[in-house]
Design a protein around this ligand. Structure first.
Ligand code: ZN
Length: 191
C-alpha cells in the first residue's frame, strides 16, 4: 500500500513530539496501522541527505542501512550526518568517540554532591559520533565492563517472517561480531 503524505506528516509530528496528547492517545488506542513501519522508513529516509536505503532505525541518529561495496551488499550502521560505522553485527560503540567520566569532579558536572556513584566503582561513558559529534548514547557501568550492545536486531528474520519481504543485503550469519572486530582492529597494547 502506498505511503501517503498525511501518514508521513503524522509520523513526523509524533516522533518530533509535537502531537497533542489527545491525538497521541488516539494513535495508541486505535487499531494498529500495518503500514506504520513503511511510513516510519519513508519519514526517516526523507530527513537524511544520503541515499542508502534505511532498513531499520536504531536511534534518532543511527540507522541500519543497506550498503553496496563492489559486489557486496552489507547492512551497516550509519549516522544521519552520513558518518558510516561498520556492519550492524559489530557494536557501533567500538568505533565511536568516547568520553569517560571516572572522577568525583567529572561526576559533579552532572550530579549534585553526594548524589553520584563512588569513584572507582562506576564510570559514565558518553559516546559521540566522529562525524557530527552528536551524543549518541550514555552508559553507566563498572570500570572495565565491555561497551553495552544496545540492540542487535535479527534483521533477516524481521524482514522474512514479519515484513514478508526480502532484505536487500547478502545472506549472513546472525551473530555478534564485536569481539572479532576488536581482535582484528585493535592491537594488543603492552601494559
Ligand atoms: Zn553523525
Amino acid at each position: 500500500m502506498e505511503v501517503t503524505k498525511e501518514q508521513i506528516k503524522r509520523m513526523g509530528s509524533m516522533l518530533d513530539g509535537c502531537m497533542s496528547s489527545k491525538e497521541l492517545f488516539q494513535v495508541i488506542a486505535d487499531e494498529k496501522d500495518p503500514h506504520a513501519f513503511d511510513v516510519l522508513i519513508t519519514y526517516v529516509q526523507g530527513k537524511v541527505a544520503w541515499t542508502e536505503p534505511i532498513l531499520l532505525p536504531l536511534t534518532d541518529h543511527l540507522m541500519i542501512v543497506a550498503k553496496e561495496t563492489g559486489k557486496q551488499r552489507q547492512a551497516i550502521v550509519k549516522c544521519t550526518c552520513g558518518h558510516e560505522f561498520t556492519e550492524y553485527r559489530v557494536n557501533w560503540k567500538v568505533q565511536a568517540n568516547v568520553y569517560v567520566r571516572r572522577s568525583e569532579e567529572s561526576f559533579q558536572e552532572l550530579y549534585p554532591q553526594g548524589m553520584h556513584a563512588t569513584e572507582g566503582w562506576h564510570e559514565i561513558r558518553e559516546y559521540y559520533c566522529p562525524g557530527c559529534f552528536a551524543l549518541l548514547d550514555v552508559e553507566a557501568v563498572p570500570p572495565g565492563y565491555p561497551p553495552v550492545f544496545d540492540a542487535l536486531p535479527d534483521l533477516q528474520t524481521f524482514y522474512r517472517d514479519w515484513l514478508m519481504r526480502s532484505l536487500p543485503v547478502d545472506p549472513h550469519e546472525f551473530e555478534d561480531f564485536t569481539t572479532q572486530y576488536i581482535a582484528d582492529n585493535f592491537a594488543q597494547r603492552e601494559v
